[in-house]
Design a protein around this ligand. Sequence first.
Ligand code: RUQ
Ligand code: CUA
Length: 637
Amino acid sequence: MFTGCKQSSQTSNNSALSSDVASKVYVAPGEYDEFYAFVSGGFSGQLSVYGLPSGRLLKVIPVFSQDAEKGYGYNEETIPMLNTSFGFIPWDDAHHPELSQTDGETDGRWVFINGNNTPRIARIDLSTFETAEIIEIPNSGGNHSSPFTTENTEYVVAGTRFAVPYPQKDMSIKEYKGNFKGALTFIDVEKESGHMEVAFQVLMPGFNYDLAHSGKGKSHGWTFFTTYNTEESNTLLEVGASQNDKDYIAAINWKKAEEYIAEGKFKTIPANYAHNIYDEKTHVATSEMKKEVRVLDPAECPGLVYFLPTPKSPHGVDVDPTGEYIVGNGKLSADLTVHSFTKVLQAIENKSFDGEAYGIPILKMDEIVAGIVEQPGLGPLHTEFDGKGNAYTTFFISSEVVKWKVGTWEVIDRIPSYYSVGHLMIPGGDSKKPEGKYLVALNKITKDRYLPTGPELNHSAQLYDISGDKMELLLDFPTIGEPHYAQGISAGKVMSKSKKFYPIDENEHPHATKSESDVKVVREGNIVRIYMTAIRSHLNPDNIEGVKVGDKVYFHLTNLEQDWDVPHGFSVMGAQNAELLVMPGQTETLYWEPKQEGVYPFYCTDFCSALHQEMQGYVRVSPANSDVPVKWAMGDD
Ligand code: RUQ
Ligand code: CUA
């Protein structure tokens, strides 16, 4: 391979890359990227979409946090999306995007992502790139091992990171051990619509459940969760949760769970959790509170759960594309332990148990280990696969990605990351059919990689070429929030389904205005509803009178455009709210309480046409006791 001059005085310290690297990531103006990357926003609560290999930011999809730019969580239609059992929650911490799969392969229909803090799972529709549904996870605390999918998206799973009283109640924290519980939740995903329902929970001991992955191929029907704090320590976990030599990977046989459910072996436990759905026809979200959940107790359901001993607080658990190998990334261990699913089944059959924990059999470790990758690095966190028999593991402490061979367990290559890599992502790298080619490292620390921006620097992703024997660093690009995890998919699987606008004749919003001849202003007591339309380049009506101080005013704005990429925005002076950003064919509502009399301008906020600056109007606000009649107009009408 041609390697150019490695260093010149003009380049900065770290840019020792070969000269053809630029061409590998260069996507010419007007050209499309080869892959979509869905990157979690971490503490931003959102999901960002990048193109690969360019690293260009394509969109930020609001999910768990209000987004003033798009009006998400501010407009009346999407406020219910953020409803929970704790009421309206404007923020969350989003960790793991997970693409839907069919037959173990990413299918480009949906991407799921977890909310950690107030346990939830969201489903984003990849035809619209909008959050379509959010379901709260009952009786959980810290929804971290989530939302990993099964082979045909039968379920997305959610494991509680923190054990909590089950169901929640007032009790002494000192009574944690044996009394707090960990719920592992299986959320059913309806095949056609994608609608989620909590199917059942498995009531586990009060360990911490860190990450998960479902089996595939021969291990289809099982899901694996890592545990730490099997010591059940409730204070100073940095010491207390690192005592045991081994923690466990909990293997859940969910097909067995389905049998137990069918036999009625579950308990119904009271619960309180929100289920929020955005309806694409009405353009309105609704929130419903669910009141119970079905629970399976492993002690009463033999064969449902086994513990696979795994050294030292395993973080990620990753299943290779064949479904045979289960990698436990023991973050405090010197070695990487890989279990064999075939051996797990044999050990179960032979009852090769090493005792039990809370009625759950512990398999004998030396009977289930397939191999050990010896001393590959320090602080292994996550592993993905390239579909060519290689695995790639991130090492947080030694700040590197290590490539090793599945089956022989030998280390083949290693490359530094800048710095402190957490997750990594290979498009399809946790599915049956990895798409190989690229690897993205998602780094926790950025310092000195970009121009300084004060004490905080954006986190960083790094793109590596993995098509050859040696990994090659191609590109750094900053990301939004903490790019916790990501999923990638070849663009063609998503692009062809991408919606360009919402057909106006299918708009079933209760306050839609489908033609300019229908615009109106209606007073019902102190509620004023303004049925407004937007089309290049006017808002109709644009002169409104008869609004009074103390009224509750709803601007129901319908965008009449039927063309790709022509949103209109809307804002009114003094609104204690965000703007609206209304997609073609869509209706959105801005709520406004006028506080002072006067005449207030409103305008379109999205530069939509040559006459965008003319897209404006006035609303007159009269004193509360005035008798100015309701009137509206635009032009001469
Ligand atoms: S975890 S850095 Cu929140 Cu996915 Cu491993
Ligand atoms: Cu519509 Cu600017």
